[in-house]
Ligand binder design. Sequence first.
Ligand code: XMP
Length: 248
Amino acid sequence: MFGWAFTRGISWLIDRARRINSRLILALDVCRRSGVSPRDVRVAVENLLDGLRDYVVGVKIGLPTILSLGMDSIREILECYRDYYFIADLKIADVGHIVRTLCSYADYMGFDAVIVHAVIGRCGGLDEAVNEVHSRGGAVFSVCAMSHRGAEEVLNRNFSTLVKLSMDAGVDGFILPATMPEYITRARRIIGGSKIILSPGVIAQGASIGSAIKYGADFEIIGRGIYAASNPIEKAREYSQKLKWYSG
Ligand code: XMP
């Protein structure tokens, strides 16, 4: 039924990062709220994508935007902006058949990669995501730690186990918080250089630009620091200058 997207692997992401010399990924969470219609959201998304292609390597689109616009609208947008690498931030945490269905929806919308919670475990969880997405040519990123305080109650206490089982499942990379860089260092110790680390939490949540890269991340993810700025294009240009792929 579905399946035209998911054709560009991690190597495409890296090639694009080299081409535009940037390690910047945009978190797109613009959404409907009182006085903001789906049409307004779509125009805002398209304006950002029109203006940021020289600075932003990939775009992580979250549930607020996906649910505000709907799958078909997202599919139309992603089809028009194929020069970006697109990551579906579905933060999937469910049983196997639902995991597979959500991954196929990400494929339908045109995404290149999907974010899944490692806490669901391998058997009937991560394995399903990796098999479904890899069979379609896409990539899986797993969440093994988060930055909000409650994450320390359960999720982050199991960090090493979550990283190891994600590796065993064959994920392509990890989402780790820039505000807690010790998790980036610890992950690198376990995974070596073979996997990609994307790090959110920069600017709006307080991590400084470039700090996650210093600790071993490959890309920094910035949302409100760009899309909520009075001049998003100028901000993205400024941040990408500090997040060059080629240092020096
Ligand atoms: P802002 O606007 O704060 O957006 O730049 C950050 C984006 O990243 C996500 N986020 C996280 N995801 N672990 C995650 O897996 C985290 O610790 C974390 N912190 C932020 C958030 O959903 C938003 O899209």
